[in-house]
Design a protein around this ligand. Structure first.
Ligand code: C5P
Length: 259
Protein backbone atom coordinates (compact mmCIF):
# COMPACT_ATOMS: atom_id res chain seq x y z
CA UNK A 1 0.00 0.00 0.00
CA UNK A 2 1.05 3.62 -0.57
CA UNK A 3 2.35 4.55 2.87
CA UNK A 4 2.94 7.79 4.75
CA UNK A 5 4.72 8.20 8.07
CA UNK A 6 3.46 10.97 10.33
CA UNK A 7 6.13 12.15 12.78
CA UNK A 8 4.62 14.06 15.71
CA UNK A 9 7.14 16.57 17.04
CA UNK A 10 4.89 19.37 18.29
CA UNK A 11 5.25 18.69 22.02
CA UNK A 12 6.74 21.21 24.43
CA UNK A 13 9.23 18.80 25.99
CA UNK A 14 8.78 20.29 29.45
CA UNK A 15 9.69 17.04 31.21
CA UNK A 16 13.12 16.98 29.60
CA UNK A 17 13.86 20.31 31.26
CA UNK A 18 15.80 21.86 28.36
CA UNK A 19 13.41 24.81 28.06
CA UNK A 20 12.86 24.07 24.36
CA UNK A 21 10.69 21.72 22.31
CA UNK A 22 12.01 18.19 22.76
CA UNK A 23 12.47 17.74 19.01
CA UNK A 24 15.27 20.34 19.07
CA UNK A 25 17.21 18.86 21.96
CA UNK A 26 20.71 17.78 20.88
CA UNK A 27 21.47 14.07 20.68
CA UNK A 28 24.83 12.84 19.40
CA UNK A 29 25.56 16.13 17.59
CA UNK A 30 22.17 16.37 15.84
CA UNK A 31 18.66 17.08 17.08
CA UNK A 32 16.22 14.45 18.34
CA UNK A 33 13.99 15.22 15.33
CA UNK A 34 16.80 14.72 12.79
CA UNK A 35 17.58 11.31 14.27
CA UNK A 36 13.89 10.38 14.15
CA UNK A 37 13.53 11.50 10.50
CA UNK A 38 16.67 9.63 9.43
CA UNK A 39 15.30 6.50 11.08
CA UNK A 40 12.01 6.82 9.19
CA UNK A 41 13.81 7.38 5.88
CA UNK A 42 16.22 4.47 6.49
CA UNK A 43 13.28 2.11 6.97
CA UNK A 44 12.39 2.82 3.33
CA UNK A 45 8.65 2.23 3.67
CA UNK A 46 7.30 5.79 3.22
CA UNK A 47 6.28 7.62 0.08
CA UNK A 48 5.58 10.66 2.27
CA UNK A 49 6.97 11.81 5.62
CA UNK A 50 4.66 14.35 7.25
CA UNK A 51 6.10 16.15 10.28
CA UNK A 52 3.99 18.09 12.83
CA UNK A 53 6.06 20.82 14.51
CA UNK A 54 5.09 23.45 17.13
CA UNK A 55 3.20 26.35 15.46
CA UNK A 56 5.51 29.13 14.30
CA UNK A 57 8.71 27.23 15.04
CA UNK A 58 11.01 28.44 12.24
CA UNK A 59 13.98 26.55 13.62
CA UNK A 60 12.27 23.15 13.46
CA UNK A 61 10.87 23.96 10.02
CA UNK A 62 14.40 24.75 8.81
CA UNK A 63 15.60 21.49 10.34
CA UNK A 64 12.94 19.56 8.37
CA UNK A 65 13.94 21.39 5.18
CA UNK A 66 17.59 20.53 5.78
CA UNK A 67 16.58 16.89 6.22
CA UNK A 68 14.56 16.99 2.97
CA UNK A 69 17.65 18.30 1.16
CA UNK A 70 19.84 15.62 2.73
CA UNK A 71 17.34 13.02 1.50
CA UNK A 72 17.19 14.48 -2.02
CA UNK A 73 21.00 14.52 -2.24
CA UNK A 74 21.16 10.86 -1.18
CA UNK A 75 18.62 9.97 -3.87
CA UNK A 76 20.56 11.88 -6.52
CA UNK A 77 23.66 9.87 -5.56
CA UNK A 78 21.67 6.64 -5.79
CA UNK A 79 20.27 7.65 -9.18
CA UNK A 80 23.82 8.32 -10.42
CA UNK A 81 24.79 4.75 -9.56
CA UNK A 82 21.73 3.37 -11.32
CA UNK A 83 19.72 2.75 -8.14
CA UNK A 84 17.00 5.21 -9.07
CA UNK A 85 14.25 5.07 -6.47
CA UNK A 86 11.78 7.85 -5.84
CA UNK A 87 12.50 9.24 -2.34
CA UNK A 88 9.72 10.22 0.04
CA UNK A 89 8.09 13.65 -0.10
CA UNK A 90 8.66 15.62 3.13
CA UNK A 91 5.72 17.75 4.31
CA UNK A 92 5.72 20.01 7.38
CA UNK A 93 2.54 21.04 9.24
CA UNK A 94 1.88 22.98 12.42
CA UNK A 95 0.72 20.71 15.24
CA UNK A 96 -2.05 21.30 17.75
CA UNK A 97 -2.48 21.66 21.50
CA UNK A 98 -2.65 17.90 22.01
CA UNK A 99 -0.86 14.98 20.37
CA UNK A 100 -4.17 13.88 18.77
CA UNK A 101 -4.66 17.35 17.27
CA UNK A 102 -1.16 17.20 15.85
CA UNK A 103 -2.00 13.83 14.24
CA UNK A 104 -5.21 15.30 12.76
CA UNK A 105 -3.30 18.27 11.33
CA UNK A 106 -0.81 15.89 9.70
CA UNK A 107 -3.55 13.61 8.30
CA UNK A 108 -5.09 16.63 6.59
CA UNK A 109 -1.83 17.16 4.67
CA UNK A 110 -1.38 13.61 3.35
CA UNK A 111 -1.01 13.17 -0.40
CA UNK A 112 -3.91 11.78 -2.41
CA UNK A 113 -3.48 8.02 -2.86
CA UNK A 114 -2.01 7.33 0.59
CA UNK A 115 -3.64 4.13 1.87
CA UNK A 116 -1.81 3.38 5.08
CA UNK A 117 -0.14 5.54 7.66
CA UNK A 118 2.33 5.01 10.48
CA UNK A 119 2.19 7.51 13.34
CA UNK A 120 5.55 7.91 15.07
CA UNK A 121 6.72 9.94 18.06
CA UNK A 122 9.76 12.08 17.23
CA UNK A 123 10.81 11.37 20.81
CA UNK A 124 11.38 7.70 19.84
CA UNK A 125 14.32 8.90 17.79
CA UNK A 126 16.35 5.66 17.83
CA UNK A 127 13.62 3.23 16.75
CA UNK A 128 15.27 0.44 14.70
CA UNK A 129 14.27 -0.12 11.07
CA UNK A 130 13.12 -3.63 11.98
CA UNK A 131 10.22 -2.22 14.01
CA UNK A 132 8.99 -0.15 11.04
CA UNK A 133 9.25 -3.27 8.91
CA UNK A 134 7.25 -5.44 11.34
CA UNK A 135 4.48 -2.83 11.54
CA UNK A 136 4.40 -2.32 7.77
CA UNK A 137 4.38 -6.09 7.18
CA UNK A 138 1.32 -6.57 9.40
CA UNK A 139 -0.46 -3.76 7.54
CA UNK A 140 0.50 -5.39 4.24
CA UNK A 141 -0.92 -8.67 5.52
CA UNK A 142 -4.31 -7.04 6.06
CA UNK A 143 -4.30 -5.56 9.61
CA UNK A 144 -6.21 -2.27 9.92
CA UNK A 145 -4.29 -1.36 13.07
CA UNK A 146 -0.95 -2.59 14.42
CA UNK A 147 1.23 -1.41 17.29
CA UNK A 148 4.73 -2.35 18.51
CA UNK A 149 4.76 -3.53 22.13
CA UNK A 150 7.20 -4.67 24.81
CA UNK A 151 6.67 -6.94 27.80
CA UNK A 152 6.35 -5.04 31.08
CA UNK A 153 9.19 -5.68 33.55
CA UNK A 154 7.65 -3.90 36.55
CA UNK A 155 4.53 -5.03 38.35
CA UNK A 156 1.87 -2.42 37.54
CA UNK A 157 -0.77 -1.31 40.05
CA UNK A 158 -3.65 1.12 39.96
CA UNK A 159 -3.83 3.74 42.71
CA UNK A 160 -6.03 6.55 43.96
CA UNK A 161 -5.18 9.58 46.10
CA UNK A 162 -5.48 8.88 49.85
CA UNK A 163 -8.15 10.82 51.66
CA UNK A 164 -8.91 11.43 55.34
CA UNK A 165 -6.62 10.01 58.02
CA UNK A 166 -4.73 7.85 55.48
CA UNK A 167 -3.33 10.97 53.84
CA UNK A 168 -0.95 11.43 56.77
CA UNK A 169 0.53 7.96 56.09
CA UNK A 170 1.11 8.09 52.32
CA UNK A 171 -0.21 10.09 49.35
CA UNK A 172 -1.71 7.14 47.45
CA UNK A 173 -3.59 3.93 48.12
CA UNK A 174 -3.36 0.83 45.89
CA UNK A 175 -6.66 -0.23 44.33
CA UNK A 176 -5.52 -3.23 42.30
CA UNK A 177 -2.81 -5.17 40.49
CA UNK A 178 -3.04 -5.99 36.79
CA UNK A 179 -1.71 -9.45 35.80
CA UNK A 180 1.71 -8.66 34.39
CA UNK A 181 1.87 -11.39 31.76
CA UNK A 182 -1.04 -9.84 29.87
CA UNK A 183 0.33 -6.26 30.03
CA UNK A 184 2.39 -4.62 27.28
CA UNK A 185 4.16 -1.27 27.09
CA UNK A 186 3.18 0.40 23.84
CA UNK A 187 5.55 2.17 21.46
CA UNK A 188 5.39 3.79 18.05
CA UNK A 189 5.31 3.68 15.02
CA UNK A 190 1.64 2.64 15.17
CA UNK A 191 0.30 1.63 11.77
CA UNK A 192 -3.21 2.01 10.40
CA UNK A 193 -5.28 1.78 7.28
CA UNK A 194 -5.78 5.51 6.64
CA UNK A 195 -9.59 5.28 6.50
CA UNK A 196 -9.60 3.55 9.92
CA UNK A 197 -7.37 6.19 11.53
CA UNK A 198 -9.50 8.96 10.01
CA UNK A 199 -12.71 7.43 11.40
CA UNK A 200 -11.07 7.00 14.82
CA UNK A 201 -9.99 10.63 14.95
CA UNK A 202 -13.35 11.91 13.68
CA UNK A 203 -14.97 10.16 16.64
CA UNK A 204 -12.45 11.81 19.00
CA UNK A 205 -12.85 15.31 17.58
CA UNK A 206 -16.00 15.75 19.70
CA UNK A 207 -14.31 14.82 23.00
CA UNK A 208 -14.46 17.29 25.89
CA UNK A 209 -11.20 18.41 27.52
CA UNK A 210 -11.39 15.68 30.17
CA UNK A 211 -11.85 12.89 27.63
CA UNK A 212 -9.21 14.37 25.30
CA UNK A 213 -6.65 14.36 28.11
CA UNK A 214 -7.05 10.57 28.41
CA UNK A 215 -6.03 9.98 24.78
CA UNK A 216 -2.36 9.00 24.87
CA UNK A 217 -2.06 7.07 21.60
CA UNK A 218 -3.86 6.54 18.31
CA UNK A 219 -4.58 2.85 18.80
CA UNK A 220 -6.90 3.54 21.74
CA UNK A 221 -9.14 5.60 19.45
CA UNK A 222 -9.24 2.68 17.00
CA UNK A 223 -10.06 0.31 19.90
CA UNK A 224 -13.07 2.53 20.71
CA UNK A 225 -14.35 1.88 17.16
CA UNK A 226 -14.26 -1.86 17.89
CA UNK A 227 -11.62 -2.46 15.20
CA UNK A 228 -9.05 -5.16 16.19
CA UNK A 229 -5.62 -3.77 17.03
CA UNK A 230 -2.74 -6.19 16.39
CA UNK A 231 0.52 -6.16 18.31
CA UNK A 232 4.04 -6.93 17.03
CA UNK A 233 7.35 -6.90 18.88
CA UNK A 234 8.83 -3.46 19.60
CA UNK A 235 12.42 -2.75 20.68
CA UNK A 236 14.12 -1.35 23.77
CA UNK A 237 16.00 1.13 21.56
CA UNK A 238 12.59 2.68 20.74
CA UNK A 239 12.45 4.30 24.20
CA UNK A 240 10.55 7.58 24.28
CA UNK A 241 13.11 10.23 25.25
CA UNK A 242 11.17 11.97 28.00
CA UNK A 243 13.42 12.59 31.00
CA UNK A 244 17.11 13.61 31.37
CA UNK A 245 17.86 9.94 32.22
CA UNK A 246 16.38 8.86 28.86
CA UNK A 247 18.69 11.29 27.09
CA UNK A 248 21.70 9.74 28.83
CA UNK A 249 20.47 6.31 27.69
CA UNK A 250 19.95 7.51 24.11
CA UNK A 251 23.47 9.03 23.98
CA UNK A 252 24.82 5.73 25.26
CA UNK A 253 22.90 3.79 22.61
CA UNK A 254 24.38 5.99 19.86
CA UNK A 255 27.91 5.42 21.12
CA UNK A 256 27.60 1.83 22.24
CA UNK A 257 27.37 -1.51 20.46
CA UNK A 258 23.64 -1.07 19.85
CA UNK A 259 24.06 2.38 18.22
O1 C5P B 1 3.72 14.16 25.52
P1 C5P B 1 4.06 12.84 24.94
O2 C5P B 1 5.37 12.34 25.47
O3 C5P B 1 2.99 11.81 24.98
O4 C5P B 1 4.34 13.15 23.40
C1 C5P B 1 4.54 12.11 22.48
C2 C5P B 1 4.85 12.72 21.12
O5 C5P B 1 3.76 13.52 20.68
C3 C5P B 1 6.12 13.59 21.12
O6 C5P B 1 6.94 13.23 20.02
C4 C5P B 1 5.55 15.00 20.98
O7 C5P B 1 6.37 15.88 20.24
C5 C5P B 1 4.23 14.78 20.25
N1 C5P B 1 3.23 15.83 20.55
C6 C5P B 1 2.72 16.59 19.50
N2 C5P B 1 1.81 17.60 19.75
C7 C5P B 1 1.42 17.86 21.01
C8 C5P B 1 1.92 17.08 22.09
C9 C5P B 1 2.83 16.06 21.82
O8 C5P B 1 3.09 16.39 18.34
N3 C5P B 1 0.57 18.86 21.22
Amino acid sequence: PVTAVIVVAAGSGQRLGYGMPKAKVPLGGDSILTHALRGVAAAGIAQQICVAIPPGDAELRALCEAFAQELAAAHRRNAATGHALQGPVVTVVEGGASRAESVRAAMAALLPGVESVLVHDAARALTPESVFHRVAAALGAGAAAVIPVMPVVDTVKTVEPTTGAGAAVAPELVTGTAPRESLRAVQTPQGFALDTLKRAHEAAAGFDAGQAALVTDDAMLVELLGVPVHAVRGASQSLKITTPLDLVLAEGLLEGPLG
